[in-house]
Design a protein around this ligand. Structure first.
Ligand SMILES: NC(=O)c1ccc[n+]([C@@H]2O[C@H](COP(=O)([O-])OP(=O)(O)OC[C@H]3O[C@@H](n4cnc5c(N)ncnc54)[C@H](OP(=O)(O)O)[C@@H]3O)[C@@H](O)[C@H]2O)c1
Length: 340
């Protein structure tokens, strides 16, 4: 009879399996931590340089919702990197002010404006606006417009939404973005002078589904799915002519902005700081084949923790946070109604 040596004692198989699982888990955790830290801490000296066309002409970015908040801040960050910008918004005076501000910040910056209401623009108006850019080299599209264009108060139970509220939210957060993207693809596909093209779509941490923000969160889920699908389609080997176009969903948590001015902790980033993070980290995220980028390190960490929670706990914690947010926003609205 053959005798097994000490290495083959009866418990050796489970011990070996468990230690292999343990080692693989530790390696995976180390890899995740390394990837998380390098994404957030190692940023490029020349951000988005790969998205500049060669030659003497300036490369442009079209930014929607660019007269205030994160959109305007992205404009500031891009002109500092030498891009020209096209600011799209619905209020001519605010756009003119934004243009003056950017030209003060970067005196040589090329800045154009497009006046357009994302909720009501017709396809032919949008097509004419895009055609008006055909003399420019445009390599970046930032689909930033988004919000809750519903009857006030802003934080409400879904049962109180009218059909108009539902349509307005979809039109502003999704329909405009999808239409503009398809109209812009021919311009982004052109690559005379080399370089890549980039589409950034502003989503929100609310995509996970939030009470009092059901429609807003659902439209942001659309933004994520739209971005991943488009990214995978454009990089397909069957369409080499679009392989240079990258697509990334940007997922903010709380950011101080014109539209988010109540119930935001002082530790959250301002729109300027947040936009700098987007510009510094987007290329790095694309190189790692990411479809989503949470540019602010703490938002990235919070979303990861949230994903680990059991559903009962997650529902309770999201509910508490949204009750607070609702009281802050609706409280300001109720006060303004009383003061009238
Ligand atoms: N701030 C946050 O904490 C946060 C969090 C998660 C996601 N996000 C997302 O990030 C994006 C930017 O948010 P934000 O807080 O910077 O917004 P914001 O401060 O409200 O600014 C929105 C910009 O879009 C313009 N705009 C609004 N409605 C428009 C319309 N119908 N047509 C054309 N332009 C319009 C606004 O112009 P006017 O000033 O003239 O109205 C403004 O320039 C949005 O997609 C938002 O959902 C923000």
């Amino acid at each position: 009879m053959v005798e097994l040596g000490p290495a083959f004692s009866p418990g050796w198989l489970p011990v070996t399996i468990l230690s292999t699982i343990g080692i693989l888990t530790v390696l995976y955790a180390v890899q995740c931590l390394y990837s998380f830290l390098t994404l957030h801490l190692l940023t490029s000296k020349y951000p988005l340089n790969n998205y500049k066309r060669g030659g003497s002409e300036c490369t442009h970015a079209l930014i929607t919702g660019a007269s205030a908040g994160i959109g305007l801040s992205i404009g500031k960050a891009l002109v500092k990197q030498g891009f020209g910008v096209i600011l799209l918004g619905h209020l001519p005076d605010e756009l003119a002010q934004a243009k003056t501000l950017l030209q003060k910040l970067a005196p040589n910056a090329q800045v154009r404006v497009i006046v357009m209401n994302a909720r009501t623009a017709t396809p032919s108006e949008m097509d004419s606006a895009v055609q008006s850019l055909s003399d420019l080299q445009v390599s970046i599209l930032v689909n930033n417009i988004g919000g809750m264009p519903i009857k006030l108060p802003p934080f409400r139970m879904f049962a109180t939404y009218s059909c108009d509220d539902i349509d307005a939210t979809i039109n502003q957060n999704n329909r405009f973005m999808a239409r503009l993207t398809t109209l812009m693809l021919p311009l982004l596909t052109k690559k005379e002078g080399g370089g890549r093209s980039l589409i950034l779509n502003l989503s929100s941490a609310a995509y996970v589904g939030m009470p009092y923000l059901v429609m807003y969160g659902a439209t942001k889920g659309f933004v994520n799915s739209f971005s991943s699908g488009l990214a995978r389609e454009l990089c397909s080997p069957n369409t080499p002519e679009t392989n240079h176009i990258d697509v990334l969903a940007i997922i903010p948590g709380e950011v101080h902005s014109q539209g988010n001015a109540h119930g935001v902790s002082a530790s959250e980033p301002t729109s300027d700081v947040f936009a700098e993070c987007i510009v510094r980290k987007a290329e790095n995220a694309v190189k790692r084949n990411k479809r989503e980028l949470r540019p602010w390190m703490m938002h990235d960490f919070q979303d990861w923790v949230l994903s680990l929670l059991l559903e009962g706990i997650r529902t309770r914690e999201i509910g508490k946070a949204l009750e607070y947010k609702k009281d802050c926003f609706n409280g300001v609205w109720e006060k303004s109604m009383k003061d009238r």
